[in-house]
Design a protein around this ligand. Structure first.
Ligand code: 13P
Length: 342
């Protein structure tokens, strides 16, 4: 492992004004997104859609530091034969790859999941590196409901995240460590805070045990936020203040950056929260975005599977990327949302 080089990549992933595009939807998830816009999920349509994003020159060069790809995409070529990975590199962004293989039911823990994909991961990482990937992602899922999460679920998922991260660094790939506490329930922000604190503490404990170099990784957490079905939901300032307090208590300063998932927040909420956190300032790590839905919902709708709409899709993507780029510096303003990117 060359830690200086890993650190260089990690720093570039969280460069000021930039963040990560999570375009790594698995086949099942992209089908759901396409169903919502009445587009059939064929290999060509998936390629056309992602090609549209990666050819959004302004968004990709100014606001996107890296793109997380799904296995299918890292091998795909654009319509003119250029590998999609090349399009990303040509825009000055870094290609990354989702390497977990989804979740399975966790035995003995009803309703809870464990992320799988460690078997043969070392060999897969080698091939992904040769294909251009310089960072990877593994997502653990922790749900909040009556009686869960269990210690067991937190432990096994943290252990797997650390195993993955250590294998990535051995393959000279920066691991994005993503322990996602879901916001699907009706819990309040303080319950989310407590659960996330337990999850992050366990995750960093496992990372230490497994000798992962913190300078060569990126953390991708959820924010401290009310559940979607909560009766009253915490406002922007409360989310920002509690998330920063939580992260300061759990995330060592050696971690170069924290890139949040959007997790089902609305586009503007995700931007406003990130912005408010960066306005607090004086943070030991960079705080930016690694959004899937909050970057892509608008371009998906504008595109709707029609070649004629590629320009509109790219404009919608550029707008969201720009708004989040500003938020990563604490320079976003709500009234900018009305003036769409030129
Ligand atoms: P969302 O921003 O849609 O939560 O997706 C980010 C991601 O990569 C989840 O693993």
């Amino acid at each position: 492992m060359n830690l200086a080089d890993l650190n260089k990549v990690a720093q570039a992933m969280v460069a000021p004004g930039k963040g990560i595009l999570a375009a790594d939807e698995s086949s099942g998830t992209i089908k759901k997104r396409f169903d919502a816009i009445n587009v059939e999920s064929t290999e060509d349509n998936r390629r056309d859609y992602r090609e549209m994003l990666f050819r959004s020159k302004e968004a990709m060069t100014k606001y996107i530091s890296g793109v997380i790809l799904y296995d299918e995409t890292i091998w795909q070529k654009a319509k003119d034969g250029t590998p999609l990975v090349k399009l990303i590199e040509q825009a000055g962004a870094i290609p990354g790859i989702k390497v977990d293989e989804g979740t399975q039911a966790l035995p003995g823990c009803p309703g809870e999941l464990v992320t799988v994909g460690l078997d043969k991961l070392a060999e897969r990482l080698k091939k992904y590196y040769e294909q251009g990937a310089r960072f990877a992602k593994w997502r653990a899922v922790i749900d909040i409901a009556d009686g869960i999460p269990s210690m067991t679920a937190i432990h096994v998922n943290a252990h797997a995240l650390a195993r993955y991260a250590a294998l990535c660094q051995a393959a000279q790939i920066v691991p994005i460590v993503e322990p996602e506490v879901l916001m699907d329930g009706d819990h309040d922000i303080d319950r989310c805070y407590d659960v996330t604190q337990r999850v992050l503490n366990k995750t960093f404990q496992e990372l230490r045990v497994q000798r992962v170099a913190l300078e060569g990784m990126i953390l991708k957490p959820n924010m401290a936020i009310s559940g979607k079905k909560a009766k009253t939901r915490a406002g922007v300032e409360e989310v920002a203040e509690k998330t920063v307090r939580l992260l300061k208590s759990c995330v060592p300063a050696a971690v170069p950056g924290i890139a949040f998932l959007s997790g089902g927040q609305s586009d503007e909420e995700a931007t406003a929260h990130l912005d408010a956190m960066n306005r607090i300032g004086n943070l030991p790590w960079k705080l930016t975005f690694s959004y899937g839905r909050a970057l892509q919902a608008a371009p998906q709708k504008a595109w709707s599977g029609k070649a004629d709409n590629v320009g509109a899709g790219q404009q919608a993507f550029t707008h969201r990327a720009q708004m989040n780029g500003l938020a990563s510096k604490g320079e976003w303003k709500a009234d900018l949302e009305k003036k769409k990117a030129a």
